[in-house]
Design a protein around this ligand. Structure first.
Ligand code: IMP
Length: 206
């Protein structure tokens, strides 16, 4: 699936994501590249109705364009009382030009009157691995939590301040990044991917 020279392109221009994944894969003899190395590759429109569709669309496009294995992600917050919204719309939930605060405020507003025990939600992260030979793999991480009635904590990004993680008794906005990475949807999906790569390596494929 991944063959020598073990090149893998991350379908992102986000330096933070690149560093996070590089840290997880170090020691696996993978030459990790990202779209920062290929500025000519255009952005893909994320118009799928599921995280899987969006992640696969990005990974397929980058792999086809560059002729290299590609790994793409899509993630977001799914709130039960909102029928799974914002879901794949997480990054643009309050319309164009909005910021994180406007997006989580929209979620809070839509949940006015929702009782505590019905405020369940989860962050989801899907990673898609696609190779030029047409092999495709999906890794899905999820992290359960509760939506608070007002934001708490100034750390993190996105919906972190309204997402209460019960096992640690705090919001993601109050959590340091290393702790968050151990329990988060993204951390779980990346760990699944790293374990998969280690498995390939020990079986001689990567
Ligand atoms: P993308 O996967 O980079 O497109 O991100 C989707 C959107 O989901 C982000 O812009 C955030 O609004 C939200 N999101 C994804 N992961 C997290 C997280 O760990 N904390 C807070 N918000 C998140």
């Amino acid at each position: 699936m991944l063959t020598k020279p073990y090149k893998l392109v991350l379908a992102t221009r986000n330096r933070g994501k690149f560093v996070e994944i590089e840290k997880l894969l170090c020691g696996n003899e993978i030459d990790l590249l990202s779209l920062i190395d290929f500025p000519e590759v255009p952005d893909v429109v994320e118009d799928g109705s599921t995280f899987e569709e969006n992640a696969l669309k990005k990974a397929r496009f980058v792999s086809n364009t560059l002729g290299l294995p590609a790994l793409a992600d899509d993630s977001g917050l799914c709130v039960d009382a909102l029928s799974g919204r914002p879901g794949v719309m997480s990054a643009r939930y309050a319309g164009p030009g909005s910021d994180d605060r406007l997006r989580y405020t929209r979620v809070l507003d839509e949940m006015i009157g929702v009782e505590d025990h019905l405020r369940t939600a989860r962050f989801v992260c899907v990673l898609a691995l696609v190779t030029p030979e047409g092999d495709e793999r999906i890794f899905r991480g999820a992290c359960e939590g509760l939506i608070l009635k007002e934001p708490v904590g100034k750390g993190g990004f996105g919906y972190d301040p309204i997402f209460f993680f019960e096992p640690h008794g705090m919001t993601f906005g109050q959590m340091d990044l290393d702790t968050k990475n151990l329990v988060s949807h993204r951390g779980i999906a990346l760990k699944m991917f790293a374990d998969f790569v280690k498995g390939l390596k020990s079986s001689g494929s990567a």
